[in-house]
Write a protein that binds this ligand. Structure first.
Ligand SMILES: [Zn+2]
Ligand SMILES: [Zn+2]
Length: 233
């Protein structure tokens, strides 16, 4: 087995040699090339709290009426071409090598000065058994590494199996999720007074993030914000 130093040296050499862009396959130094980012990842005005696309930056109607427990949401892109394919390849195709470039997109231009802990949204137990890995945990690990923040991969847990979320109304989703997340009692002291970044691959209704953030706050976190690669419109 390679020592840490040697492994790091090899990775640096490989990066210096470059590789094909994950989207357009053009050879370059970055996993996603600058022209693909420019073309497919243009920043747009969003709701400050939940990142829903808006005509002008501000607060969406839902966050005004029923503010989420998280302070703000940062997403890199809308869930659509070509990112939907990359995320699907990561989740369902086992292409775990895509986690780092996607985490790099997430971390790009992100202000994270106040964040002191990076926590992935845990996967439902059955899904984790089927897939063998949690894509949010991979993304959180790489984002923490790129931003030099401490990761807490197993702090938030999801011990309870529930009905699938897809196909349920927003109210039903929220009801279905109540109590599914639990902060590991043995790691609870790591949370005290922390500003936590909660990481997921895709934000859809925000129901999962609301419930996960609420549990982190109940367990002692000072603030929670949400980071995701993509958001459905
Ligand atoms: Zn490209
Ligand atoms: Zn909102």
């Amino acid at each position: 087995m390679l020592g840490h130093q040697a492994g790091q040296g090899l990775r640096q050499t490989a990066r210096a040699l470059g590789g094909p862009c994950t989207v357009c396959r053009q050879w370059g130094l970055d996993a996603v090339c600058a022209s693909c980012l420019q073309l497919h990842a243009k920043p747009r005005p969003r709701c400050r709290r939940c990142a829903e696309p808006l005509a002008i930056e501000g607060l969406c109607a839902e966050c005004t009426a029923d503010p989420p427990p998280f302070l703000r949401t940062h997403v890199a892109v809308d869930y659509g071409f070509p990112w939907d394919r990359l995320i699907a390849d990561l989740k369902f195709g086992g292409a775990t090598e895509l986690a780092r470039p996607l985490a790099a997109m997430l971390a790009h231009g992100l202000t994270h000065d106040c964040v002191s802990l990076v926590v992935p949204v845990p996967l439902a137990p059955r899904r984790l058994r089927e897939r063998g890995f949690n894509q949010a945990a991979l993304l959180a690990g790489h984002a923490a590494d790129l931003l030099q923040l401490p990761p807490a991969a197993t702090l938030l847990q999801r011990p309870v199996e529930r009905e699938r979320q897809s196909g349920l109304t927003r109210e039903a989703r929220l009801r279905n999720l109540r109590g599914v997340f639990m902060v590991d009692p043995a790691q609870r002291q790591r949370l005290a007074g922390r500003h936590v970044a909660l990481v997921d691959d895709v934000v859809t209704t925000g129901a999962t993030a609301r419930e996960a953030a609420a549990e982190l706050l109940r367990a002692g976190a000072a603030q929670v914000e949400l980071w995701a690669v993509a958001r459905t419109a």
